[in-house]
Design a protein around this ligand. Sequence first.
Ligand code: UCC
Ligand code: FAD
Length: 589
Amino acid sequence: MDMDKHLKEIQEYSQAAPKLGNQYTSDTALKTYLSAYMPESVLQYIKPDLIQFGEKVAGEYLEMAHLAEDEKPYLVKHDAYGRRIDEVRTCEGWKFFKPEAAKEGLISIPYESELKQYSRLYQMVKLYLFAPSSGLFSCPLAMTDGAAFTIRELQKITDIKDYSHLGEAYKHLTSRDPSEFWTSGQWMTEKKGGSDVSNGTTTLAEKNPSGDYSLYGYKWFTSATDADMTLTLARGIKDGNPIPGKKGLSLYFSKIRDDQGHLNNLEVIRLKDKLGTRQLPTGEILLKGTIAEKIGKEGEGVRFISNMLNITRMHNSISAVSNMRRIIALARDYSHKRETFGKKIEDHDLHYRTLAWMEMTFRGNLIFLIDMASMLGRIDVGKESTNDKVLFRLLTPVIKLFTAKDAMKLTSEGLECFGGLGYMENSHLPSIFRDSQVLPIWEGTTNILSLDLLRAIIKWPKSLDVLYDHLSSLLSLFDIKNIDQPSLKEAVEKLSARLDSWYKSTINIVRNKQYMEFFARTLAFNISLLYICHKLLMMYHITKGDKEFETLLFWVNRLEKEYEAPKEPRMYECYSAREKMMGLDKPTS
Ligand code: UCC
Ligand code: FAD
C-alpha cells in the first residue's frame, strides 16, 4: 500500500462547507407570509429590491461581517505624544455597513413612507435579511430607528423648532445619503441599574446659562460608541439637590462630537470584554459636562424613551428570528453535503426530524414578527384599527422575550447540526449562537419584559378582552362543527378550549394582586403560544397549504405541551415563603 499517497489523500480531503443561497428567494416561509400580509401589487413592487438584497447579504455583506467578527474594535486612549484621544478603532468590515445601510434605506424606508402602511414591513423584512450578515451593525441601526421614531413622536406633541438641533438630527437619521447619514446610541444603563433605570440613574444634568445642559455621570453600557448622537436619561437638580426617583429623569439629546470632531466632553473609559457581540464597540463612558439638549417633558424621561425601547425591542425580535433562519439555512445545506453511516445526514430520519423541528419553530416566530411589523406599519401612518395600539403595546415585550428565548434554543440545536465544526470559531458559526445570547438580556430581560406586559394590562384592563376578541375572530374563520378533516378539527377545538380557559384564568390572576407578579412570565409565554397558533390558523385559512397545515399542528401541539395553567405557587418558588422553606441556599456574603 502506498502510504504517502494515502496520507496525501487524507490531508487533501476537505468537507464541503455550507453555502448560503439568495436569502430572499430561498426563504419559502417569508415569501408565503408576505403574500398574506401585503397586497400583490406592493409585493411585486418591492420584490426586485428584496431579490438584489437577498443576494448581497449572502455574498459581499457576509464577507464583511466575517471581517468585523475577526477584527474586533479596540480603544486607543492616547496618541504618540501623550494626548488623550479616546479613539474607538473599528475595521473595514464594520465601517463598510454604515454607507450601505443608508443606501439601502434600512432606516429611511418607514419614514419616507412611500408604501404607506406597508413601508414598515418592507423595512423590517430588509432588516431581517440583513441582520445575520451585518457584523452586528444591526445594533446601531436598531437604536437609530428608535431615535428617529422617538423624535417623530415628540414632533406630534411639541414644536420641533423648539429644539434647535433635533429636526436636523431627524433628517440625518433618516437619510439615504451615506455622507449625511447618522447613527444613534441609547444610553440608559448605569452601574446601579439597567432594569431599574428610574432609581439607577445617577447622571446629573446642570442647566447652562445658554439654556442647554451639561451632563455629569457614568454610562455603564453604551453599544456603538462610534455613533454620531445619542438619546440619554439624566437627573435634574432642584435647590442644589438631585431630584429623586422617576420624576427626576428627563430625556436628553446629545451629539457625540463637536464640529471639529472632538468628543463632546466625554471619555471612553474602556471597551467591554464580552461573551458575544464582539464586533460591536460597547463601551463605558464618563460624561464630564457633555453638552445636551433636554427634549420631551420635564420629569417624563422614562415615558419618552419608552418610544425608543418599543422600536429597539422589535429590532431585537428581528435579530432573533433572522438568526434562527440563518442557522437553519446553513444546517439544511450542510445536511445535504455531510455523509455519515453511508448516507447524507439529511437522509437520516432523526437528523431530518431535528431540522424539521427547527424549521417549524422558526416559522411560528416569523409569523409573529411579520404580524407585529404590519401592526407597527399601520400605527406609523395613523391607519391603525382601534385594537392595533393596544395589541402593539401589549405584545411588544411579549414578542421580544419569546423570540429571544426561542433563538437561544434553536441556535444551540443549530450548532449541533454541524457536529464539532459548529464549535470552531473559523467556521463563523459560534457567533450566531453567542450573539443570540445577548437578545434575552439587553433591551430588557425576560422578567422585566414580563412585568412590562403586566404594566400594560394594569394600565388598560380591557386589553385582555381586546386580545381575546382578536384571537376569537381568527378562530371563527372556521366553522368548527363542519370541519371534515379530523386533525384540523381537533386542532381548532383544542385552540378554542385553550383560549377560553386562558382568558378565564388570566382575568382571575390579574384580579389577584398577591400572585399577579409571580405569574407575569407564565402569562407572557402563554400569550405568545396562543397568538402564534391563531396566526398560523389564519395563515392556513388563507393558503390551505400543506406546510402551513403542518406548522399549525406543530404549534398547537407545542401549546398543549408548554401552556402553563396558573395555579397557586409552591412554597419553594415564592420569595414570601422563603424564610420558612429556604428554597435557596443563603447568599455567600
Ligand atoms: O440595552 C440597550 C441597548 C442594546 C443595544 C440595542 C439592541 C437593539 C436590538 C438589536 C439587535 C441586534 S438600551 C437599554 C435598554 N434598557 C431597558 O430596556 C430598560 C429595562 N427596564 C424597563 O423596561 C423598565 O420597565 C422601565 C425603566 C422602562 C420603567 O420602569 P419604572 O421605573 O418602573 O417606570 P414606570 O412607572 O413603570 O414607567 C414610567 C412611564 C409610565 O408612563 P406614565 O408615567 O404615563 O404612567 C409607563 O407607562 O413609562 C411608561 N412606559 C412605557 N410606555 C414604561 N415602559 C413602557 C413601554 N414599553 N411602552 C410604553
Ligand atoms: P439587573 O437589572 O441588575 O438584573 C439582574 C437580574 O435581576 C436579571 O435577571 C433581571 O431579570 C432580574 N430582575 C431585576 N429586577 C427584577 C424584578 N423587578 N423582577 C424580577 N426580576 C428582576 N444599555 C444601554 O443603556 N445602552 C446600550 O447601548 C447597551 N448595550 C449593551 C450591550 C451589551 C452587549 C449588553 C450585555 C448590555 C447592554 N446594555 C446597554 C445594558 C442592558 O440593557 C442591561 O444589561 C439590561 O437591561 C439589564 O440590566 P442590568 O445589567 O442592570 O441587570
